[in-house]
Design a binder for this molecule. Structure first.
Ligand code: BES
Ligand code: MN
Ligand code: MN
Length: 454
């Protein structure tokens, strides 16, 4: 392990330069115009791993964006680690808010700025560099290694679950390791044991068969924007609880241990709110802001449109109104059940003046993983090695639906060892990754592989 760590340390700037090459390819998965770039990224990763001595590395066609599978077998007596990551990225929009172009990575004040720097190219690349450090020193990793790198994570992972089922044999392993989450705070190591799920829907109301003069018809013909706003407002009550019938039925309550752990975390409500420019947090009654942001289910309107939104004023009573609504779920809520329940809400409450069109989009299951496994212990020890203190076990509010798929299809638990920060601006303009955290991640992965392999 010493040699691998020393190699990683000696090659810091090479590793960052190579990451920049990866970040220059605009692998925006949701926009078909970038399909060639997504393919190029997959090929680049497969070629790079091959060049490092990986026994097998290939970009496999899925009908959508390719999945990169790689494997390096060492010894049947050693455990097998399956690394998951995603090489696709969110669209960089709005472009004018970036201080430097999103696909021209630059270092400023110890941070590397580029779309995907943290989510997730920078983090998956740490695993490839840890592999390299072993190959160039001891000649082989201390575990059998497999990689599955996805190109559709940011647009719904359409082909992933099927791919995992179809390749279940090749993916057989003892544990999944994923770096696609954040540290609790700078210098505060953490391992994520809980992720939220997701149910995403689009709702449209149609009133009159065309846009109308709001003077001629207003007051007698119901307005779909007004009606949709009323429906959306009705989704929360005074206590900021969600009013959908049965919404909380399957929620596993926070344990008193979990709540005590969360209270012990270094978290300041006011600072957290101030950082995003608001004066107060707003959480379901009876829960702290931290609990609300990672361990309770939520409902948020993501977009709302209809009528006239251009310059100036236009007196119009619109024909249609639309909204996109996401719900973050916690175990044991399921996206299917919650989608049915919100559909029932809209069906029951849409006024007779409107026609409802309800479209389920994508979803994913939340997870809670056991914190007392040998792999978790190895991960915790590895972080002690890097940070000099034991990590906190934390839940996060975001979603990585594949974690539930690995459990369901392959029976595998995941260790979520991420090195981002909430302030890294993932999905936002000026996404960045701390160069220190990139190297801390590589060192921690080297330590984890070594500990888990023995
Ligand atoms: N890496 C994120 C998940 C994440 C978010 C981890 C915040 C830590 C903090 C992942 O790439 C992501 O964006 N997930 C989506 C999933 C969705 C598209 C199904 C999410 O959470 O919105
Ligand atoms: Mn991610
Ligand atoms: Mn993401």
């Amino acid at each position: 392990m010493k040699n691998a760590l020393a190699y990683a340390d000696a090659h810091r700037s090479n590793f960052v330069d190579e990451l920049k090459t990866l970040l220059r390819i605009p692998s925006v998965s949701t926009d078909p115009a970038f399909a060639g770039e997504v393919q190029r990224t997959a090929d680049y990763l497969a070629d790079h791993m091959k060049a490092l001595g990986m026994q097998r590395a290939e970009a496999i066609d899925t009908g959508g964006h390719p999945i990169v599978l790689a494997e390096h077998f060492v010894d049947p007596a050693l455990p097998t680690v399956l690394v998951y990551g995603h090489y696709d990225v969110q669209p960089p929009d709005p472009l004018d808010l970036w201080h430097s172009p999103p696909f021209e990575p630059v270092e400023r004040d110890g941070l590397l700025y580029a779309r995907g720097a943290c989510d997730d190219k920078g983090q998956l690349f740490m695993h490839i560099k840890a592999f390299e450090a072993f190959m160039k020193t001891t000649g082989q990793p201390p575990v059998n290694l497999k990689f599955i790198l996805e190109g559709e994570e940011e647009c719904g992972s359409k082909h992933l679950a099927g791919f995992i089922s179809d390749h279940a044999d090749e993916l057989r392993a003892d544990i999944v390791v994923i770096s696609d989450t954040a540290l609790f705070a700078p210098g505060v190591p953490s391992i994520t044991y809980g992720l939220r799920g997701l149910a995403y829907v689009e709702v449209s109301l149609t009133g009159p068969n065309r846009d109308l003069h709001s003077g001629t018809y207003g007051g007698a013909i119901d307005n779909p924007i007004n009606a949709l706003a009323r429906l959306i407002a009705g989704l929360h009550d005074q206590d900021h609880r969600i009013t959908i019938d049965g919404f909380y039925d399957d929620v596993i309550p926070l344990t008193s241990d979990e709540r005590a752990t969360m209270r012990a975390l270094p978290f300041n409500d006011e600072e957290w709110a101030a950082d995003v420019g608001v004066s107060h947090t707003r959480t379901e009654a009876g829960f702290s802001a931290l609990e609300g942001s990672c361990a309770r289910p939520t409902l948020d309107c993501n977009g709302i449109w209809g009528g006239y939104t251009g310059e100036g004023a236009k007196t119009v009573l619109p024909s249609k109104a639309h909204a996109k609504i996401s719900m973050r779920l916690v175990p044991d809520q399921t996206p299917e059940d919650i989608t049915n329940k919100i559909r029932a809400y809209f069906e029951a409450n849409t006024p007779c003046t409107m026609k409802l069109d309800f479209k389920p989009m994508h979803g994913g299951h939340g997870v809670l993983v056991d914190t007392h496994s040998p792999a978790m212990e190895a991960a915790a020890e590895a972080l002690v090695g890097t940070y000099g203190k034991r990590p906190f076990f934390t839940r996060i509010g975001g979603s990585i639906p594949v974690v539930a798929d690995f459990k369901r299809i392959l029976g595998l638990d995941s260790v979520l060892m991420g090195f981002g920060l909430d302030s890294d601006a993932i999905h936002s303009p000026n996404e960045h990754f701390g160069i220190d955290r990139f190297h801390e991640g590589i060192a921690s992965i080297i330590r984890f592989m070594t500990l888990y392999g023995s």
